[in-house]
Design a protein around this ligand. Structure first.
Ligand code: SF4
Ligand code: SF4
Length: 67
């Protein structure tokens, strides 16, 4: 089984908060005002945040989950 997960390139994040607003699972927070942090337990890999990010620094990663 594969799980899809959003991954932020933290060094390039402007902490604008655009991704936070569109996430249907409230899985993203801005960590210490510096970069977007994804809660892996909440993220469903829907990619809405990746489409919204003005810097295009969110990628959706596929993780293989061993059942
Ligand atoms: S991929 Fe979807 S669920 Fe995951 S952090 Fe982005 S908007 Fe939220
Ligand atoms: S939308 Fe992009 S630049 Fe803005 S906080 Fe989210 S990851 Fe960072």
């Amino acid at each position: 089984m594969a799980k899809r997960l959003a991954e932020v390139t933290k060094d390039l994040c402007a902490a604008c908060g655009c991704c936070v607003k569109v996430c249907p699972r409230n899985a993203i927070t801005i960590h210490e005002g510096k970069y977007a942090l994804v809660d892996v337990g909440k993220c469903i890999g829907c990619s809405l945040c990746a489409k919204e990010c003005p810097a295009s620094i969110i990628t959706i990663k596929k993780l293989e989950v061993v059942a």
